[in-house]
Ligand binder design. Structure first.
Ligand SMILES: [Zn+2]
Length: 211
């Protein structure tokens, strides 16, 4: 009996420590039609360009034809105590929107069927990474950026992403880092990851100034 009570106290303490210890994270949930390799590449992209830790979680169950906003909401309900919000990735069909982000409900969801239409995996990783960065930024309350060489600038068509920067402009990276610190988000040690090869084209200048 005493042992059971001690174990409960232990669980309670570890939850408290996780929050008080300033180690919250972004969660990344995927549906079963996303390969682990693709998930790993998108997480690497997000962590490299945001500096924040992104934690992969268990697969999201999805009913056929389920609305992506409802899927995102269901993912948010599964958030752990130390997770600040969730980014959901899945193949939801070309008839559904490219993505939905509701920061006040702690989720953003991206439709890889739309992002990956007619492009190879490298291009898909970059697009999902770009839109994923936009979701992470919104989850910590950042607004869009007027600077065209920034991933937070406005765009209209999916293909526009390919001409856009793959990362935050320096002021947005500063704002993101400050908001992340205020939200007690766990950050990667500086220089832990080499930049990926995905940012080889239009954003070279920006990456250089960010680094
Ligand atoms: Zn910016």
């Amino acid at each position: 009996m005493k042992k059971a009570i001690l174990m409960l106290v232990g669980v309670g303490l570890s939850v408290l420590t996780a929050v008080a210890g300033e180690s919250r994270v972004f969660a990344l949930a995927t549906t079963r039609d996303v390969t682990p390799a693709l998930t790993t590449r998108v997480i690497a992209y997000l962590e490299t360009h945001s500096g924040a830790v992104v934690r992969p979680t268990e697969f999201m169950p999805v009913e056929s034809g389920q609305d992506i906003e409802a899927i995102g909401r269901a993912a948010a309900q599964r958030l752990a105590a130390d997770e600040i919000g969730v980014l959901v990735l899945g193949q939801f069909g070309v008839d559904q929107p490219q993505g939905v982000c509701l920061p006040h409900e702690q989720f953003g969801i991206l439709n890889l069927s739309r992002l990956g239409e007619g492009v190879d995996e490298d291009r898909l990783v970059r697009r999902a990474g770009q839109d994923g960065l936009r979701v992470l930024a919104m989850l910590v309350g950042l607004s869009p950026c007027p600077f065209p060489l920034c991933v937070l600038t406005g765009y209209e068509k999916t293909e526009d992403l390919d001409r856009m920067s793959g990362n935050f402009c320096p002021p947005c990276l500063d704002r993101f880092t400050r908001r992340a610190r205020e939200a007690h988000l766990q950050m990667k040690p500086v220089g832990a990851d080499e930049p990926t090869q995905d940012e080889s084209t239009a954003d070279d200048d920006v990456s250089a100034s960010v680094d």
